[in-house]
Design a protein. Structure first.
Length: 729
């Protein structure tokens, strides 16, 4: 039945406001209906509203997902138009304004910044377009400040001081009056609160609100980076007090209504230094059926929704694993204590119990509240050695050896199934940095996966998929882990390059599937082009994020995926545990569904942003320690491969994962330019090329700790190194 005009108008406005929200991500009509809590019997009316808006040109449907029709890029802006955006400063004085809903930002010359501070919210006027040049703007008003604190080095004078910001995008030093120095000494690392942002000819002013420690003292460098990213280091008193009131053992009343699995054989498998053990595994085999239990710590029993602990966990979003410390999402009393599945201790869990056939299909499953007791705390290294035949360890853990072999067999089945459907495995090694007691890097290695890490990864992935599938099919508000399809234009450039290498690619100007990406990787395995093409494919992918719609995970070739297995260190896992328990207990009524539908969008956006922050600060601390490590190795020679090619030079990665830049200016015998079609630096006169994946020999020429950058010089016949410097073999 058609809705009346007034009702249709109101619904069109409601839906347009919904898809116009800056946090909205394109989704299917079914997902919109679920999020807006539209009953199945009323969904035809939703489809009518969507059709009307599409006909009016206000929304568009691409690949089954609805989104608002937007301006495509800054090139469509009219001159003199006033826009709002975020100013991103450059150390050389100019900057850019990032505009919402537009991929292309505006260039702001140094004379047109109006003294704007890095990350200021600004109003900008678009300049007249000049042929062949990018769009420019002039800042006309500063609307608000994005940075209120600065981490830097204190320079002391007789009657005042200055803070030299660590962030080189903050171009002015912060003036500190004598009465606001907080007793900081010359050279101390400090946090300064900005009290005045100054002007064109006046420095910003502030006060020291925290002295981190003396520059060069152990751990102060990493702490400075963490504080610069505004990571919360200490728990508020109220949160700590609440954690202290949590019992350190499972109380009898918590067993009620739970499956008692304490007689099941359960093991944890983690790294040697892990303290927060949030996943345990049980596995038996009956004929051709594997009975796999993935038992996850029931953190929600101790962190109630809306409590001080919960609010602080959401504020942090995730535990952050820095090069020399962990900044936990939850106080250690919980994360290392009652919430950790410690050996020999009764623990509450949320268990995903799966029956799996010989082809890796989950033929049945159950998600249940349980109580377990871990029999053994195992390490990846020990399990790997047991499976490789270490006689001493096999004797020590003889009762568990059959279990580990069943795990290995099931892991191989699951991995093969994922590979057959197209799950993408780039297999780039992570960095492991070893520090001495003073915080100095003494060794850097590539952290490789082994059979034991793959076992746990395979079992966690399966549990995450199984849980996500159930809740998606039941249309209960939920948080999913989404990895969208790659940008078609970016991917097509890569595929064109791959075709030019005579590697078969079946798609042209069509959406590629994960299976087709994996087939390309299989085709190039072991070939000289493998590093090059793998990196190009990886760089064409989008970042995974949390969403309220279940639109699948491209990289895993999974239709349903969520994060269920790490509630000690990830807030989304903690939140969906609450939803699962409400459902198990029969409390997921319409009121609860409305509540979760209202809050989950904000949770998804916050935790996605906090995850990005955590990844960035983790990378920055590792980059710092890599730079420190190479600073002690100036002049040394290394073999490496070209890992990046740009207009300003070549990035070379060493076997220990350290990466440095060979600047184009050091290639003196020719003029080199970057060829976008071949991803090479090409010599104008000689035709000599440098390409991704090419093996080269480099010498460490320079390290800058302030920028965490490492410079190499090539040992090549056509580099300036051999002509103007001595190569010491």
């Amino acid at each position: 039945m058609r809705t009346n005009n007034k009702k249709l108008k109101n619904r069109k406005k409601l839906l347009l406001d919904f898809v116009s929200n800056k946090e909205y991500q394109p989704m299917r009509a079914k997902d919109i209906a679920m999020l807006l809590q539209i009953p199945k019997g009323k969904r035809s009316e939703l489809f009518q509203v969507l059709d009307e808006l599409e006909v009016e040109g206000k929304i568009t449907c691409k690949k089954g997902k609805y989104e608002k029709v937007r301006k495509s890029a800054a090139a469509n802006l009219s001159a003199q138009e006033l826009l709002e955006g975020t100013f991103i400063a450059h150390p050389k004085g100019f900057g850019f304004v990032e505009l919402e809903d537009q991929e292309e930002d505006l260039y702001i010359p140094q004379d047109d910044t109006m003294g704007a501070f890095h990350k200021d919210r600004v109003q900008v006027k678009v300049k007249e377009e000049r042929t062949g040049q990018r769009r420019e703007g002039t800042i006309v008003q500063i609307l608000g400040h994005g940075i209120t604190e600065v981490v830097g080095t204190f320079e002391k004078s007789k009657n005042y001081g200055f803070v030299i910001p660590d962030n080189q995008k903050i171009q002015q030093d912060i003036f500190i009056p004598r009465e606001h120095t907080l007793g900081a000494n010359d050279g101390d690392k400090v946090v300064a609160k900005i009290t005045s942002y100054g002007g064109k000819n006046k420095n910003p002013e502030g006060r020291v609100q925290e002295v981190l420690g003396a520059q060069g003292a152990p751990g102060i460098d990493v702490l400075s980076i963490a504080r610069a990213y505004e990571l919360p280091m200490d728990f508020p008193v109220k949160v700590a007090n609440q954690a202290d009131r949590v019992p350190d053992h499972v109380i009898e009343g918590d067993f009620q209504g739970r499956m008692d699995l304490r007689n099941w054989t359960v093991v944890t498998i983690d790294g040697e230094d892990a303290k927060d053990l949030d996943d345990g595994i049980s596995l038996t085999k009956d004929g051709n059926i594997y009975h796999l239990g993935v038992h996850i710590a029931d953190v929600t029993n101790y962190v109630q929704g809306g409590s001080a602990l919960d609010r602080e966990a959401l504020r942090r979003g995730t535990s952050v694993y820095l090069v020399d410390r962990v900044i936990p999402m939850l106080p250690k009393r919980l994360s290392n204590g009652i919430c950790s599945l410690n050996q020999g201790e009764d623990r509450l869990a949320l268990s995903c119990l799966m029956d799996i056939d010989a082809q890796g299909n989950v033929v049945s499953h159950k998600i249940a509240e349980t109580v377990i007791c871990v029999d053994r705390r195992m390490t990846y290294t020990a399990v790997k050695k047991i499976l490789e035949g270490d006689a001493d360890l096999r004797r020590e853990y003889q009762d568990f050896v059959p279990l580990f072999h069943h795990m290995k067999d099931l892991s191989a089945i699951l991995r093969k199934k994922r590979s057959n459907r197209g799950s993408i495995d780039f297999d780039f090694p992570e960095s492991k940095v070893y520090l001495d007691e003073m915080g100095r890097p003494v060794e850097i290695k590539a952290y490789e996966q082994n059979v034991a890490t793959k076992i746990i990864e395979d079992f966690m992935l399966l549990a995450n998929e199984t849980v996500a599938k159930e809740y998606c099919e039941r249309e209960i508000p939920f948080l999913y882990r989404t990895h969208e399809n790659p940008d078609s234009d970016k991917m097509e450039k890569v595929l064109t390059f791959i075709r030019n290498q005579d590697i078969p690619v079946h798609k042209s100007h069509e959406e590629i599937t994960p299976l087709e990406v994996q087939e390309i990787l299989n085709e190039i395995e072991g070939e000289p082009t493998e590093p090059l093409i793998s990196r190009l494919l990886l760089r064409s992918m989008k970042q995974a994020r949390y969403t309220t719609g279940c639109s699948g995970h491209f990289g895993l070739a999974a239709k349903h995926y969520c994060h269920f297995t790490s509630p000690i260190r990830r807030y989304p896992d903690l939140q969906i545990h609450r939803i699962i328990k409400e459902t198990i207990r029969g409390r997921m009524n319409q009121e609860k569904k409305m509540y979760y539908a209202q809050i989950l969008g904000d949770v998804a956006d916050k935790t996605s942003a906090l995850e990005r922050r955590a990844e960035e600060v983790e990378r920055e601390t590792i980059k710092l320690k890599k730079a420190e490590y190479m600073e002690t190795r100036l002049g040394q020679n290394y073999e490496g491969i070209i890992s990046g090619v740009t207009g300003w030079g070549l990035y070379v990665e060493l076997p220990n994962t350290v990466e440095g830049l060979v600047h184009i200016s050091t290639l003196m015998d020719d003029y080199y330019h970057f060829d976008e079609e071949t991803y090479c630096l090409v010599g104008e006169k000689t035709g000599h090329t440098y390409r991704l994946g090419q093996k080269v020999t480099v010498k460490v020429s320079q390290v800058d700790l302030s920028t965490k950058s490492i410079d190499f010089i090539l040992k090549e016949e056509n580099s300036c190194f051999n002509k103007y410097m001595d190569w010491e073999d």
